[in-house]
Ligand binder design. Structure first.
Ligand code: SF4
Ligand code: SF4
Ligand code: SF4
Length: 284
């Protein structure tokens, strides 16, 4: 009898242990749904935004060896490793664009170059890079021999390595309310950096060092590292009011999300769910 009761408690112990482990794993998975692309309090975007060049999420999770080399090489600390509350994504790299986006200021996508397993990979973008070189050669009548394609290829890669796409929230966007913005957009304590298109500096500098003064807010438009193929300030058909409009070349880099001065960002990035060649759509 005593033996049977001991066996029962052992079974009970194993059962409750299994329930606890399962519960923790489920909790981890659940919390990872709340981990945001657009800041720690954002529950609107239940995905991780992976670094540039990430392959399909299902392959990425198993192929990434969590070595952290991409984290170390990034000169602006844009890449973080997901915490223990992230379910299967624990230890894998992601970018929170409200805090620190990838502004491409390393100029060579160093995270992609350094990844030892090629889960960050240039391959899906080689065609675009090749096309850009061919177009440049045609336009400038440059002979192939002796021509160094590297800078153009890198430019093409930057524009092609799509992480997601930005969307404007019309209800909170200052421009949509006809309002301007004057001041330091995220406050003097904010630590994010980027290379403003207006900057005379080659390196990224703190956002808090820049004072904006706009009659109608358009920071997301003017600070975008890709430029007018990604986002424009254009008149609304209904009333002619100027407002930001995201275009197809948006890479989802999220610089616009970082610079947006409203309390909750009025522009957010959704990881790209349709760019199948590079397998975006990472639901964690
Ligand atoms: S360098 Fe590649 S393998 Fe290493 S953590 Fe980054 S994505 Fe994963
Ligand atoms: S920065 Fe924000 S508030 Fe300003 S126009 Fe862009 S989305 Fe609207
Ligand atoms: S609009 Fe520009 S800044 Fe915003 S995510 Fe797209 S490419 Fe980046």
């Amino acid at each position: 009898m005593a033996k049977e009761s001991k066996e029962n408690s052992r079974r009970q112990f194993i059962k409750s242990g299994a329930v606890a482990i399962f519960g923790l794993a489920a909790l981890g998975g659940g919390v990872s749904y709340l981990r945001s692309v657009n800041g720690p309090d954002d529950t609107r975007t239940p995905y991780f935004l992976r670094p540039p060049g990430a392959i399909a999420e299902s392959d990425f999770i198993y192929g990434c060896i969590k070595c952290g080399l991409c984290v170390q090489i990034c000169p602006i600390d844009a890449i973080k490793l997901a915490g223990i509350d992230s379910g299967l994504s624990y230890g894998t790299p992601y970018i929170d664009v409200r805090t620190q986006p990838c502004d491409f200021s390393c100029d060579s996508l160093q995270c992609v170059e350094t990844c030892p397993t090629a889960v960050l990979d240039f391959k899906p973008y080689e065609i675009a890079g090749g096309n850009a070189i061919a177009a440049y050669q045609k336009e400038h009548d440059v002979a192939e021999v002796g021509f160094n394609p590297f800078p153009i290829q890198i430019k093409a890669m930057k524009e092609e390595v799509r992480m997601g796409r930005a969307h404007v929230n019309k209800n909170t966007c200052l421009a949509h309310q006809g309002k301007g913005f004057k001041g330091v957009s995220r406050g003097l304590d904010f630590e994010g950096v980027y290379r403003s298109p207006d900057s005379k500096f080659k390196k990224a500098t703190p956002l808090r060092d820049i004072e904006f003064d706009r009659e109608t807010c358009n920071l997301c438009v003017t600070e975008c590292p890709i430029g007018e193929t990604a986002i424009i300030f254009s008149p609304r058909r209904r009333d002619g009011k100027m407002r930001p409009k995201v275009l197809d070349a948006c890479t989802g880099c999220g610089v616009c999300v970082m610079v947006c001065p409203t309390e909750e960002p009025s522009i957010i990035v959704d990881p790209d769910l349709t760019h199948l060649s590079s397998g975006r759509g990472r639901h964690v």
